[in-house]
Design a protein around this ligand. Structure first.
Ligand code: ZN
Ligand code: ZN
Length: 378
């Protein structure tokens, strides 16, 4: 099945609704989605009559390989991409052209308006992004693959942990594990945060090491050929045996267990609510209610989740201000967290597919508390 061609046909049908004769697709991720092209500096003109790519000589071979059957205008190197696009549009002669208002620069729009005064330009927002939110079977398979890669990488990461490792070493090591596990690269810079550093939801890695730390938050994901995964776990290094635990350590362990249990309960309650027709903000509210009840509500200061796909953050949104409604085929993260300044943070993140009758959690790294304990010995 030629999935990109099917997507272009679907989008072409929507052009009528937008009242345009053609759509100029400039967002490179959307170009990839609609064509299978993995390069850059290439636009897609998708018309009701004609569809073609505007690219340059570096990509001639690649276009033939990745987008068979799709016409391309190869611009000469002295002509800019925006001018080549305007030239091509002039030849095609549409009257109304939609452009991706979230992506076209003001300078490029000026070029188009100046070169093509007869065309009526209409900003179109998130048209392709909305299509991308609902995955077809090939995309779900690619996300499953990106998750398998991330999970293999995490197994290597975990088995190689040493108490002398610092956050930066571990961040760098994860990149290697992801690539060795079959990934192209990580889908975002891995977050590796020890103790109170984990209270920063997006902590950059430092020289802090694992010795004497009581928790280690790891937020990582893999890019497969195109699609991405996104997971978070919190590992619990035990630098003392059950026999030598002091009363203070016992109290600290209890607090960690309580925070962890609250995050896990919030995540499970939210996942149970993921199904077609559920609203993004309602799923978020379910997790938040569990946090509130345990007294941690104000320490959960980000949205509950986001779509994943060609990008690691995409539609739909699962957060307080979301107006998105879940549909079968969407893949979202569910990632509640509790961040206590000066102490640390716990976040659990899994990738969840909305199925026709509920959901399927695609990620499988264990998340019960006991499985997170790392025994570094006494
Ligand atoms: Zn994440
Ligand atoms: Zn995430």
């Amino acid at each position: 099945m030629n999935y990109p061609a099917q997507r272009r046909r679907q989008l072409a049908r929507l052009l009528k609704e937008e009242n345009v004769d053609a759509l100029l697709v400039t967002n490179p991720v959307n170009v990839t989605y609609l064509t299978g092209f993995s390069g850059d500096s290439t636009y897609l003109i998708l018309g009701r009559q004609h569809t073609l790519l505007v690219s340059d000589g570096r990509f001639t071979e690649q276009l033939a390989e990745e987008c068979p059957g799709l016409d391309a205008y190869i611009r000469p190197s002295k002509q800019s991409l925006s001018r080549a696009t305007a030239d091509t549009l002039q030849k095609l002669g549409p009257r109304q052209v939609g452009f991706e208002s979230g992506n076209v620069s003001v300078a490029d729009l000026e070029v188009y308006r100046e070169m093509l005064p007869a065309i009526e330009w209409k900003g179109v927002r998130d048209r392709v992004e909305k299509m991308r939110a609902v995955k077809d079977e090939s995309e779900v398979a690619a996300i499953r693959e990106a998750i398998r890669i991330a999970e293999r990488a995490f197994a290597m990461f975990r088995s190689m942990l040493r108490r002398g490792d610092c956050e930066k070493d571990l961040h760098d090591a994860m990149e290697g594990y992801i690539r060795r596990a079959g990934g192209r690269c990580s889908s975002f810079p891995t977050i590796v945060a020890v103790d109170e550093r984990a209270a920063l939801p997006h902590a950059p890695p430092t020289g802090r090491n694992l010795a004497e730390c009581h928790l280690l938050l790891v937020d990582w994901g893999a890019s497969g050929a195109f699609y991405k995964s996104d997971l978070t776990r919190v590992l619990i290094p035990r630098n003392h045996s059950a026999f030598s635990r002091s009363a203070r350590q016992e109290k600290a362990d209890e607090k960690l267990e309580k925070v962890y249990a609250t995050v896990l309960a919030a995540q499970q309650a939210a996942i149970a609510a993921v199904r077609p027709g559920a609203k993004g903000h309602d799923v978020d509210a379910i997790a938040r209610a569990v946090m509130d009840e345990a007294g941690y509500g104000k320490y959960f200061m980000h949205g509950l989740g986001h779509g994943i796909g060609l990008q690691v953050h995409e539609a739909p949104a699962v957060r307080t201000d979301s107006v998105d409604v879940l549909q079968a085929g969407m893949v979202v993260t569910i990632e509640p967290g509790i961040y206590l300044p000066g102490w640390g943070g716990v976040r659990l993140e899994d990738d969840v597919l909305v199925t026709p009758d509920g959901n399927e959690v695609l990620t499988s790294v264990p998340k019960d508390f006991a499985s997170q304990i790392l025994d570094f010995g006494v």
